[in-house]
Design a protein around this ligand. Sequence first.
Ligand code: SF4
Length: 348
Amino acid sequence: MTELLRDYSLQSAEVPLVEECVIDAEERDGLKERIRTGLDALGATLVAHYYVDSDIQDLAEETGGLVSDSLEMARFGRDAAASTLIVSGVRFMGETAKILSPEKRVYMPTLQAECSLDIGCPPDEFAEFKAAHADRTVVVYANTSAQVKALSDWVVTSSCALEIVSHLKGRGEKVLWAPDKHLGRYIQEQTNADMILWSGACVVHEEFKAQALLDMKKVYPDAAVLVHPESPASVIEVADAVGSTSAIIRAAGELANDTFIVATDRGIFHKLKQLNPTKRFIEAPTAGDGATCRSCAHCPWMAMNELRALDRVLHDEAYRRDNEILMDPALGRQAKRPLDRMLEFQIR
Ligand code: SF4
């Protein structure tokens, strides 16, 4: 059972243009050194997503932090010994870190880094949606605000959504799903669960084009196609492997192919190439005949995580104060329950 509401996908004008920050090698090296020193001076741990700037990914790993998907970022941030976390990703990732560790200080290179799925799921409208389907178990994707998480029974990421919805189906529960319609539909098809779907979308994955991908396959007939399930169904149909960022990285290592066409944010190419130096990775097309793309396989909000912003949050106190994640304690406690449920489910 599927019910699509009004379309909560963002219009093109609502999506910021990707800002490419061009810096020369000397400035880059200087910034990286200042960031190492700044992390040390603050006693902070850097936790970064696969989609952010490759220098920031490297800095996270070399300073004892982590680069990973949102599920592992949440777990790592919760378990980290440091009392200060710098979360390089988008706002819901910083909020998740704060919810799980309210005693820690959590800063981001910029709080302007949003997510189209989070923006496209306003808490008041979601509360009405939930009230209209009170008999259902509420499962929300991690890409939501703390307020929406607080209204849910379960939080999931793309790494564990299939397993958790299968588990709920096994218990005879009907699901209310939000906000990504493509991921929701994919999970529904895979599990055959009774799901009602919110109608949000990721501005990056929604732009991948099936026909252009099929055309690309003709040019690279031996390539395997790796697709994130936030992509449209027609793109998923072409895939050799479908899964979260971690699953895509695993598949690239396990499949015997030498060439891969990858339908997710191109930030992931840094880790893919690091782990598979002899393999070739090609961006899946975002533009078909006469079409244009707005985000063009790179999330504009992830792109706001650039070295200068990270340097500033470490060295400029006023800027740091402005980019700290603050959380009402009662809201944090409400939002933590479904997050804890997800993290506990993983270790069963
Ligand atoms: S890539 Fe898509 S889902 Fe991920 S943060 Fe950007 S808009 Fe959100």
